[in-house]
Design a protein around this ligand. Structure first.
Ligand SMILES: [Fe+2]
Length: 334
């Protein structure tokens, strides 16, 4: 019954979006955005994927429908995506009923052959027992994506590019990363580096003290170093990343919108370092404008890999517009 009511309520919202999209198509260029379906920016794209984060699904309202608008946008891509990633906090509370809601949403749209789920801190809150949390993640990963995993961390590839998924094995805001996971990560990075391709790492929590952290976590100047980041394992993970080149570490968690060095000194979505790049994906469901940047919900990136560069293309998947102001082009190191 509730689902039927929500569905009816969303019809005018969808109509409103359609009007907005029509206006955006006519006047978008004036305001720095561009209405267009998802397709490669240029010829020669070797791999492409969409990444969103913090969908925070609940049972109580229409968040699944908000997610579905974005999934529909991705499913209509003119150039089919090679992967789709949700970078953690897929659910608001990790309860099975909410995981089921995600499975339902995913079942409706054919986005890619490689849909990737990352565990976030909210996804670990369905039980006080981390073993139950892990089992839920494994179970609903299989149901939503068809993937068989045995841990919350695993690997895949995106059209030949290594993709390494890391995740917390505990139930705190910061991540619990076992020595076993760290050792596994080290092995995977060494193997990935042999491919000569860019390496993508997905972890819900950002590297400590990046993207404006610790301040951007709760906008509290008293928060100490490490707040809002990976936590204790951060230095070890970053130490491994630094040993390789063309590494892209993609996180969520902060709930900030797109921001660049140009328009905000507190926070930047993309941080470039020698050999590696840190990218923080906005909160899809409700970005917090207090942190600066673009606070519209429904945002994330389409990432395109080319021979000599990787392009992060900022997109609002709800309204179907590109936001090139927040794009980042990262040249690959040879
Ligand atoms: Fe979140």
């Amino acid at each position: 019954m509730l689902a039927a009511i929500v569905s009816v309520l969303f019809k005018p919202i969808r109509a409103g979006i359609a009007v907005f999209m029509a206006v955006a198509a006519l006047f978008g260029g004036i305001f720095g955005f561009e209405k267009a379906d998802i397709s490669h920016k240029k010829d020669g794209c070797l791999a492409s994927f969409a990444v969103i984060s913090d969908t925070h699904l609940t049972e109580a309202n229409g968040r699944r429908e908000v997610l579905e608008i974005g999934l529909e946008d991705m499913s209509k891509a003119k150039d089919r995506l090679d992967a789709f990633v949700v970078d953690g906090d897929i659910t608001d509370n990790g309860e099975p009923a909410v995981w089921e809601s995600f499975v339902l949403a995913m079942s409706k749209y054919d986005i890619s052959d490689n849909n990737i789920m990352v565990i976030g801190n909210h996804d670990t809150w369905g039980s006080d027992d981390p073993a139950v949390t892990k089992e839920n993640f494994i179970k609903y990963n299989k149901l939503a994506t068809g993937r068989e995993i045995t841990e919350v961390y695993y690997k895949t590839e995106i059209n030949g590019c290594p993709a390494i998924i890391l995740g917390s094995e505990g139930d705190h805001v910061s991540a619990t990363v076992s020595d076993t996971q760290i050792a596994w990560f080290e092995e995977q990075m060494e193997a990935a580096s042999q491919t000569g391709k860019p390496i993508f790492i997905f972890f819900h929590q950002p590297v400590n003290d990046t993207h404006g952290l610790p301040y951007t976590w709760e906008m509290n100047k008293d928060d100490g170093p490490g707040t809002g980041g990976i936590g204790d394992a951060s230095d070890r993970i970053l130490g491994i990343i630094k040993q390789y080149k063309n590494v892209f570490f993609i996180s969520g968690h902060i709930h900030a919108g797109f921001s660049t060095d140009d328009d905000n000194t507190v926070y930047s979505s993309v941080e470039r370092y020698d050999g590696y790049t840190l990218v923080n994906t906005p909160c899809y469901m409700y970005s917090d404008f207090l942190r600066g940047g673009n606070f519209l919900n429904g945002t994330g990136y389409v990432v395109e890999v080319y021979e000599n560069e990787v392009i992060f293309r900022a997109r609002n998947f709800i309204s179907g517009i590109w936001q090139p102001k927040y794009d980042a082009v990262i040249e690959l190191v040879k």
